[in-house]
Design a protein around this ligand. Sequence first.
Ligand SMILES: [Zn+2]
Length: 157
Amino acid sequence: MARVIGFHYTLTDKSGTTLDSSIGDEPLYFLEGAQQIIPGLEKVIALLNVGDKRKVEVKAQDAYGDINPELVVKVKKTQFPPDADLQVGDQFQVNNDAHSPVFTIMSVDTEEVTVDGNHPMAGKDLFFDVEIVGMREATEEEVTHGHAHGAHGQGHH
Ligand SMILES: [Zn+2]
């Protein structure tokens, strides 16, 4: 039977800079085995109990993968809408599919724009501080949907 597990986390990189945190916000609930969180983190959390706190180091390969140089591409400026305001650091999706990669603008030249389709956390080893705050059986609906519906299985989405 699949479980839904809730946890608080603080994510830092190698230098100790906080990249993301759930502290002061709702904990994150995920459906076990549904690839809702990165595999290297789920593997450890699946073995913990409510109340457990753990530091978890996840290598890039078990997190968002290594940087793929082929996803850094130069695009002719003419391929963007003529009125597009192209700024370094801007992010965009090529289409509206939620799973299509997000591209980040790396540089803007006179004729070309360099974009990077790697996940912003690709190539990074990640350091999580986690605390397990909830654990229950998944509802049938959650299993059907392939994701958790919050703390009580009645979350909206
Ligand atoms: Zn759902």
